[in-house]
Structures are given as C-alpha cells and as structure tokens.
Design a protein around this ligand. Structure first.
Ligand SMILES: CC(C)(COP(=O)(O)OP(=O)(O)OC[C@H]1O[C@@H](n2cnc3c(N)ncnc32)[C@H](O)[C@@H]1OP(=O)(O)O)[C@@H](O)C(=O)NCCC(=O)NCCS
Length: 152
C-alpha cells in the first residue's frame, strides 16, 4: 500500500518535471545507447550533467571517470541529440570489486520512459562482467535504490 502510494507520488512528481507540451515524441526503439567512445563524447556528458545536477564539476572529474572506466559510461541519443548519460566507476573493496554510479541524467522531455533504467542496466551489466559483486551510488548523488532492479 505504502509502496503504491510512493509510486503514485513519484509518478506525479515526474509528470511535473516536464509540461506535456515539452514532452518529446519518440518511440523507445528510436533511442540509441552507446558506450563512451572518446573525447568527442565528453562535452555532451558535461553539458547534460551541468544542466541537470546542482554540483559543479571540473573537466578533471569527468576525465577521471571516463578515462579510467570508459566501458562503464553510456550515452543515450535520439536522432543525433544526446538525451541522457550515466557515468560510473569501479574499485576493489574487501577482496572483491564494487561498482559505483556517479552521475545519472536524462533531460526533462525524455524522462519517465525508461531511458535511465536502460543506461543503468547497461552499466551494471558491464560491472558484473568485470567482476563487481555489488553496486552503489556515490554518496554525493542520492538517488537511493530507485532505478536499480533488486536482482543487482
Ligand atoms: C532521475 C532521472 C535520471 C530518471 O530518468 P528517467 O529516464 O525518467 O527514469 P526512468 O524512466 O528509467 O525511471 C525508472 C524508475 O526511476 C524512478 N524515477 C524516475 N524519475 C524519478 C524521480 N525524479 N524521482 C523519483 N523516482 C524517479 C521511477 O520509480 C521509475 O520506475 P517506474 O517505472 O517503476 O515508475 C531523471 O529524472 C533526471 O535526470 N533527474 C535529474 C538528475 C538526477 O536527479 N539524477 C539522479 C542523481 S545522480
């Protein structure tokens, strides 16, 4: 019951994020997901994060993530426009490996259609293939366990 109420509240909050006229018209199949592919992707990631997250980051912070773990960061494109991104890292933790989701953004007109879920799922899959046994959100970003599936 409580879970249902929380879901409905979240749904209402999300629909308030973008007015109906600002919602993008698209089919899920039109969204293209690509792994971080090099320096040309960096300004796209930085633009999205700067727009949507309050924390200001220097280019060195972004580079730290994408240079060391390029395979863990993904971008979502719609007709050539970057509409979402996830930036992650992984590291050793008590004789095992742990993945961290550092930044996660989808621009407002594209929210509520599963793009963040797909981005996170792809990153987590790569983390698991690389030996991670658990995944966390970095503490300075707080999304809780909303996007992740229990199976992770
Ligand atoms: C959070 C964010 C990335 C979600 O993107 P999205 O593509 O709309 O997410 P999805 O459509 O994949 O939603 C997946 C689940 O996340 C939850 N969710 C999505 N947006 C949410 C929000 N704003 N608040 C709370 N829960 C949210 C929903 O429970 C949804 O599950 P459901 O399908 O059961 O309803 C997007 O709202 C965003 O960029 N927000 C601003 C930046 C931010 O807060 N980033 C997270 C911290 S790093």
């Amino acid at each position: 019951m409580l879970l249902q109420q929380q879901k409905e509240t979240r749904g209402r909050e999300r629909t308030m994020e973008a007015k109906p006229e600002e919602k993008a018209e698209f089919e899920e199949a039109e969204i293209e997901y690509v792994s971080y592919g090099g320096e040309h992707h960096l300004p796209l990631i930085m633009n999205l994060v700067d727009q949507e997250l309050s924390e200001p980051y220097s280019i060195f912070t972004y580079r730290y993530f994408v240079y060391l773990w390029p395979q863990l960061s993904f971008l979502a494109f719609h007709k050539g426009k970057c509409v979402g991104t996830v930036v992650c890292k992984m590291g050793e933790h008590r004789n095992t490996f742990r993945g961290y989701i550092a930044m996660l953004v989808v621009i407002k007109p594209y929210r509520g259609r599963g793009i963040a879920t797909e981005l996170v799922t792809r990153s987590i899959r790569m983390m698991m293939e690389s030996g991670c046994e658990e995944v966390r959100y970095l503490s300075y970003f707080c999304l809780g366990n909303i996007i992740c599936n229990d199976e992770y």
